[in-house]
Design a protein around this ligand. Structure first.
Ligand SMILES: C[S@@+](CC[C@H](N)C(=O)[O-])C[C@H]1O[C@@H](n2cnc3c(N)ncnc32)[C@H](O)[C@@H]1O
Length: 218
Protein backbone atom coordinates (compact mmCIF):
# COMPACT_ATOMS: atom_id res chain seq x y z
CA UNK A 1 0.00 0.00 0.00
CA UNK A 2 1.08 3.59 -0.57
CA UNK A 3 1.43 6.26 2.09
CA UNK A 4 -2.15 7.55 2.03
CA UNK A 5 -4.61 6.75 4.81
CA UNK A 6 -7.54 4.58 3.70
CA UNK A 7 -9.94 7.45 4.41
CA UNK A 8 -8.02 9.94 2.30
CA UNK A 9 -7.60 7.42 -0.54
CA UNK A 10 -11.32 6.64 -0.55
CA UNK A 11 -12.19 10.34 -0.79
CA UNK A 12 -9.60 10.83 -3.51
CA UNK A 13 -10.90 7.87 -5.55
CA UNK A 14 -14.45 9.25 -5.35
CA UNK A 15 -13.25 12.66 -6.56
CA UNK A 16 -11.20 11.09 -9.35
CA UNK A 17 -14.29 9.21 -10.49
CA UNK A 18 -16.21 12.47 -10.77
CA UNK A 19 -13.35 14.18 -12.63
CA UNK A 20 -12.64 11.25 -14.93
CA UNK A 21 -16.27 10.88 -15.91
CA UNK A 22 -16.26 14.43 -17.29
CA UNK A 23 -16.76 13.53 -20.97
CA UNK A 24 -16.23 16.34 -23.45
CA UNK A 25 -13.25 17.78 -25.24
CA UNK A 26 -9.62 17.82 -24.11
CA UNK A 27 -7.51 20.71 -25.37
CA UNK A 28 -3.78 21.36 -25.31
CA UNK A 29 -3.01 24.52 -27.28
CA UNK A 30 -4.76 24.12 -30.62
CA UNK A 31 -4.98 20.32 -30.31
CA UNK A 32 -8.44 19.03 -29.52
CA UNK A 33 -9.69 15.53 -28.96
CA UNK A 34 -13.02 14.13 -27.86
CA UNK A 35 -13.08 12.43 -24.45
CA UNK A 36 -15.69 9.67 -24.42
CA UNK A 37 -17.67 8.93 -21.24
CA UNK A 38 -15.64 6.71 -18.89
CA UNK A 39 -12.33 7.71 -20.51
CA UNK A 40 -9.84 9.53 -18.34
CA UNK A 41 -9.84 13.33 -18.85
CA UNK A 42 -6.35 14.90 -18.95
CA UNK A 43 -7.74 17.92 -17.10
CA UNK A 44 -9.95 16.02 -14.62
CA UNK A 45 -10.91 19.11 -12.65
CA UNK A 46 -10.86 21.69 -15.44
CA UNK A 47 -8.29 24.42 -16.00
CA UNK A 48 -4.84 23.09 -15.10
CA UNK A 49 -3.93 19.76 -16.57
CA UNK A 50 -1.15 17.26 -17.15
CA UNK A 51 -0.20 19.16 -20.35
CA UNK A 52 3.10 20.66 -19.06
CA UNK A 53 4.25 17.14 -18.17
CA UNK A 54 3.20 15.79 -21.58
CA UNK A 55 5.19 18.45 -23.44
CA UNK A 56 8.27 18.08 -21.19
CA UNK A 57 8.39 14.35 -22.03
CA UNK A 58 8.54 15.16 -25.75
CA UNK A 59 11.48 17.50 -25.43
CA UNK A 60 14.25 16.59 -27.89
CA UNK A 61 12.11 14.10 -29.82
CA UNK A 62 13.56 13.60 -33.31
CA UNK A 63 11.59 13.20 -36.52
CA UNK A 64 10.70 9.54 -36.97
CA UNK A 65 11.44 8.48 -33.38
CA UNK A 66 9.28 5.52 -32.33
CA UNK A 67 7.01 6.54 -29.47
CA UNK A 68 4.80 4.25 -27.38
CA UNK A 69 1.97 5.94 -25.43
CA UNK A 70 0.72 3.30 -23.01
CA UNK A 71 -2.79 3.74 -21.60
CA UNK A 72 -3.45 6.51 -24.09
CA UNK A 73 -7.05 7.25 -22.96
CA UNK A 74 -8.37 10.06 -25.17
CA UNK A 75 -5.00 10.10 -26.98
CA UNK A 76 -3.94 13.68 -26.36
CA UNK A 77 -0.35 12.70 -25.43
CA UNK A 78 -0.12 10.45 -28.52
CA UNK A 79 -1.27 13.32 -30.76
CA UNK A 80 1.23 15.73 -29.21
CA UNK A 81 3.93 13.12 -29.87
CA UNK A 82 2.79 12.75 -33.49
CA UNK A 83 2.90 16.53 -33.92
CA UNK A 84 6.43 16.55 -32.50
CA UNK A 85 7.49 14.16 -35.30
CA UNK A 86 7.14 10.80 -33.54
CA UNK A 87 5.91 7.61 -35.19
CA UNK A 88 3.38 6.79 -32.52
CA UNK A 89 1.83 3.61 -31.21
CA UNK A 90 -0.95 4.21 -28.67
CA UNK A 91 -2.47 1.45 -26.58
CA UNK A 92 -5.17 1.01 -23.98
CA UNK A 93 -7.37 -1.65 -22.44
CA UNK A 94 -10.10 -3.10 -24.60
CA UNK A 95 -13.01 -1.11 -23.09
CA UNK A 96 -11.44 2.21 -24.17
CA UNK A 97 -12.70 3.34 -27.57
CA UNK A 98 -9.68 4.58 -29.54
CA UNK A 99 -11.53 5.66 -32.69
CA UNK A 100 -11.73 9.34 -31.74
CA UNK A 101 -7.91 9.47 -31.76
CA UNK A 102 -7.74 8.59 -35.45
CA UNK A 103 -10.42 11.21 -36.19
CA UNK A 104 -8.54 13.87 -34.23
CA UNK A 105 -5.28 13.02 -36.03
CA UNK A 106 -6.98 13.49 -39.41
CA UNK A 107 -8.61 16.75 -38.30
CA UNK A 108 -5.21 18.15 -37.31
CA UNK A 109 -3.38 16.86 -40.41
CA UNK A 110 -1.29 14.42 -38.34
CA UNK A 111 -0.26 10.86 -39.15
CA UNK A 112 -2.73 8.60 -37.32
CA UNK A 113 -1.08 6.74 -34.44
CA UNK A 114 -1.08 2.95 -34.61
CA UNK A 115 -3.90 2.09 -32.17
CA UNK A 116 -3.82 -1.20 -30.27
CA UNK A 117 -5.80 -2.73 -27.42
CA UNK A 118 -4.25 -4.81 -24.66
CA UNK A 119 -2.63 -5.03 -21.25
CA UNK A 120 0.58 -2.96 -20.88
CA UNK A 121 3.25 -4.25 -23.31
CA UNK A 122 1.27 -7.30 -24.54
CA UNK A 123 0.18 -5.60 -27.82
CA UNK A 124 3.80 -4.62 -28.64
CA UNK A 125 5.56 -7.84 -27.55
CA UNK A 126 9.11 -7.94 -28.87
CA UNK A 127 9.10 -4.29 -30.02
CA UNK A 128 11.43 -1.52 -28.88
CA UNK A 129 10.88 2.24 -28.86
CA UNK A 130 12.86 5.46 -28.56
CA UNK A 131 10.36 6.82 -26.07
CA UNK A 132 7.78 5.16 -23.86
CA UNK A 133 5.17 7.38 -22.16
CA UNK A 134 2.84 6.29 -19.36
CA UNK A 135 0.40 8.33 -17.31
CA UNK A 136 -0.63 5.27 -15.32
CA UNK A 137 -3.42 4.33 -12.93
CA UNK A 138 -1.12 5.32 -10.06
CA UNK A 139 -3.41 4.99 -7.05
CA UNK A 140 -3.34 1.85 -4.95
CA UNK A 141 -6.69 0.02 -4.96
CA UNK A 142 -8.59 -2.71 -6.74
CA UNK A 143 -10.73 -1.26 -9.57
CA UNK A 144 -14.39 -2.25 -9.24
CA UNK A 145 -15.26 -1.40 -12.84
CA UNK A 146 -13.63 -0.41 -16.13
CA UNK A 147 -13.84 3.34 -15.41
CA UNK A 148 -11.83 2.87 -12.19
CA UNK A 149 -9.02 1.19 -14.18
CA UNK A 150 -8.07 4.70 -15.31
CA UNK A 151 -6.73 5.58 -11.86
CA UNK A 152 -6.62 2.42 -9.68
CA UNK A 153 -3.67 0.18 -10.54
CA UNK A 154 -4.35 -2.71 -8.16
CA UNK A 155 -4.25 -3.12 -4.38
CA UNK A 156 -0.46 -3.43 -4.52
CA UNK A 157 0.01 -0.98 -7.42
CA UNK A 158 0.75 -3.90 -9.69
CA UNK A 159 0.14 -2.05 -13.01
CA UNK A 160 2.86 0.52 -12.32
CA UNK A 161 5.16 -2.09 -10.78
CA UNK A 162 4.81 -4.38 -13.81
CA UNK A 163 5.47 -1.38 -16.08
CA UNK A 164 8.67 -0.60 -14.15
CA UNK A 165 9.84 -4.21 -14.45
CA UNK A 166 8.99 -4.64 -18.14
CA UNK A 167 9.86 -1.28 -19.67
CA UNK A 168 13.65 -1.83 -20.08
CA UNK A 169 12.97 -4.65 -22.58
CA UNK A 170 11.02 -2.19 -24.77
CA UNK A 171 13.54 0.65 -24.93
CA UNK A 172 15.95 0.90 -27.81
CA UNK A 173 19.55 1.89 -27.12
CA UNK A 174 19.47 5.50 -25.89
CA UNK A 175 15.70 5.24 -25.42
CA UNK A 176 13.92 6.78 -22.49
CA UNK A 177 10.71 6.11 -20.59
CA UNK A 178 8.60 8.74 -18.86
CA UNK A 179 6.09 7.99 -16.14
CA UNK A 180 3.80 10.35 -14.24
CA UNK A 181 3.42 9.87 -10.46
CA UNK A 182 1.91 12.09 -7.76
CA UNK A 183 4.23 12.80 -4.82
CA UNK A 184 1.86 11.21 -2.30
CA UNK A 185 1.93 7.79 -4.05
CA UNK A 186 5.64 7.72 -4.88
CA UNK A 187 6.76 6.07 -1.63
CA UNK A 188 4.70 3.00 -2.50
CA UNK A 189 6.73 2.51 -5.69
CA UNK A 190 10.14 3.42 -4.30
CA UNK A 191 11.53 -0.14 -4.23
CA UNK A 192 10.61 -0.66 -7.89
CA UNK A 193 11.84 2.80 -8.94
CA UNK A 194 15.20 2.08 -7.35
CA UNK A 195 15.94 -0.45 -10.12
CA UNK A 196 16.09 2.56 -12.51
CA UNK A 197 18.13 5.70 -12.93
CA UNK A 198 15.31 8.16 -12.13
CA UNK A 199 15.36 11.85 -13.02
CA UNK A 200 12.70 14.28 -11.80
CA UNK A 201 11.97 16.24 -14.98
CA UNK A 202 9.07 18.51 -14.13
CA UNK A 203 6.12 18.80 -11.77
CA UNK A 204 2.74 20.50 -11.70
CA UNK A 205 0.26 21.05 -8.91
CA UNK A 206 -3.20 19.67 -9.68
CA UNK A 207 -6.40 19.96 -7.66
CA UNK A 208 -7.09 16.80 -5.62
CA UNK A 209 -3.83 15.11 -6.72
CA UNK A 210 -1.47 17.74 -5.32
CA UNK A 211 2.10 17.83 -6.66
CA UNK A 212 2.47 15.48 -9.65
CA UNK A 213 5.87 14.61 -11.13
CA UNK A 214 7.14 13.57 -14.55
CA UNK A 215 9.94 11.03 -14.01
CA UNK A 216 12.44 10.02 -16.70
CA UNK A 217 13.78 6.46 -16.54
CA UNK A 218 16.94 5.36 -18.36
C1 LIG B 1 -4.55 8.09 -15.82
S1 LIG B 1 -5.25 7.48 -17.30
C2 LIG B 1 -4.26 8.33 -18.50
C3 LIG B 1 -4.93 8.53 -19.85
C4 LIG B 1 -4.13 9.40 -20.83
N1 LIG B 1 -2.85 8.81 -21.13
C5 LIG B 1 -3.93 10.80 -20.27
O1 LIG B 1 -2.82 11.09 -19.79
O2 LIG B 1 -4.89 11.59 -20.30
C6 LIG B 1 -4.59 5.83 -17.33
C7 LIG B 1 -4.93 5.04 -18.59
O3 LIG B 1 -4.28 3.75 -18.51
C8 LIG B 1 -5.16 2.75 -18.96
N2 LIG B 1 -4.75 1.49 -18.33
C9 LIG B 1 -4.98 1.07 -17.06
N3 LIG B 1 -4.42 -0.14 -16.85
C10 LIG B 1 -3.82 -0.49 -18.02
C11 LIG B 1 -3.10 -1.64 -18.46
N4 LIG B 1 -2.87 -2.68 -17.63
N5 LIG B 1 -2.64 -1.68 -19.74
C12 LIG B 1 -2.89 -0.64 -20.59
N6 LIG B 1 -3.57 0.47 -20.23
C13 LIG B 1 -4.03 0.54 -18.97
C14 LIG B 1 -6.54 3.24 -18.53
O4 LIG B 1 -7.57 2.63 -19.27
C15 LIG B 1 -6.42 4.75 -18.76
O5 LIG B 1 -6.81 5.11 -20.06
Amino acid sequence: MGALSDLRRDALVRLMKVGSSRAGVARVGDLEVRVAPGVCHPAPFGGVSFAPLFTAALDGLRDGDRVLDLGTGCGIWALLAARAGGRVTATDLSHVDLTSIAAAATAHGLAAPRLLHGDLFAPVAGERFDRVLFNPPFHFGEPRDDAERAYLGGADGEVVKRFLREVPAHLDEGGRAYVILPAHERAGYQADLSAHRVRDVRSVWLPVLGRVHLLALG
